[in-house]
Design a protein around this ligand. Sequence first.
Ligand code: ZN
Ligand code: ZN
Length: 372
Amino acid sequence: MLNKLDGGSFKVGDGRLSGYMAVALAVLSFFGVIAFHFPEYLTTPQLRQSYDVNVIRHVMFVALVISGSLGLWNIIRNVNKRAAVIAWCFISVTIALGGHRVEVGDFPDNTPYLGLDWFILDLLGSTLIFVLIEKLFPFRKQPVLRPEWQTDLQHFLINHLIIGFALIAGNQFVNVFFGWAVSDAIQSSVQQLPWLGQLFLVLLMADLVQYTLHRAYHEVPFLWRFHSVHHSVESMDWLAGSRQHIAELIVTRCFVLTPIFVFGFEKSVIDAYIIIVGFQAVFNHANVNINIGWLRYILVTPQFHHWHHASDKAAIDRNYAAHFSFIDYILKTAVTGESKWPKAYGIVGGGMPQGWLKQQFYPWLKRRKLVK
Ligand SMILES: [Zn+2]
Ligand SMILES: [Zn+2]
């Protein structure tokens, strides 16, 4: 009998799924206790305003209990004991460091920081939400821990840790290069628009900038070297979207921030935009088969973005949009006549090494012409 949760790679009772869960929860709890000790360097100022540290304590306690129990269960059943021992080591160190009871005093608000809390919370939340969606509406049957998941988890980790740096870089960029474009007249007329109108406008502006940049990444050979990291993923799921060269991530964020900064949208509109862009960036890569009928000609769906990643000839340099698919249909860059799903993903020429670090060096070192 095959385990339903993972789509068929683990046999029930082999202790791998329980082992992975035990280790993951124990490691996240360990990261959590380190963040409790050094909140000024390991938590995100904007994020920590929106959660209650007591709730985090309860979550950590529950995670430790689940992790320890899963480890014990493996030991009792005499399966995957290695994972149980690793999990228990992390649990022991976490408890020795104070566990969920560590006192957090006052600390300065303006230190340089890594977004470790953002990584822990987003990994827990996204795993719960997207694994559930992928198991409820799967396009293809594939395990949660599909090939190359380790590389994409490394990207996920680093992308979250550098959030503070990316925010500073983005703010500096728009202030230095586009400060001149800010006009009170334009900003007040934008803010007089109805809320939904502003939301549509911010998504459209961001997507037009993103489309232009994305197309350049595909059509300029030097830029393609960097973007090919994102396209090297061969198993699409919610985690696959994290795979991105760090230079591309920062440059894209800088440019996409520009219209938001220049047009001066209301804060609640920007908050809604951040939630939508965060969800869609993950969801578009997810292994999810949803049918939204004719709306697919307006909105980007997982199927639309999966075609962007396809290695089929008809899909090369197509489907650039991130929010509105109509941009590609209007500009004649949409994959057409492909009602189904792609057969394979990745770079036709292959050759991308695995691992975050090697992929960061890859665009700088390789001199041969990359094939899409
Ligand atoms: Zn692309
Ligand atoms: Zn993508």
